[in-house]
Design a protein. Sequence first.
Length: 118
Amino acid sequence: MDRDKLRRARHIARHACYRQRHTTTRFLETDVPGEQFMVRRKPVLPPPIAAGTYRATCREADLLSAEEDGHSSVHPEAVCVSDGRWCTFYRDGVKVWDCNAHYAAVHFNMEAVTDQAS
């Protein structure tokens, strides 16, 4: 391992300001016996919601929790229309909320809606 990279890794490991709430930490051994340094990885987020129509269900158990997170207009469920980048939520045919497709993937349970034309 390059000496500068090792020095940088040790510096990051010593300073708490680099620690983030949503990271995982591993300890790796160096070439020097008995020495180790920390490596942090950001979490793997789910992919954004693909284009289509979905039935979105809040992951919050009750209305109060949904209201804290700003999802009260969608609680307990709503129709979600996604273009692959942005999701718009509808209740009774009226637009109630919209958000980024990544945010929707993290905070809502999505079930694809299929149109059944007879």
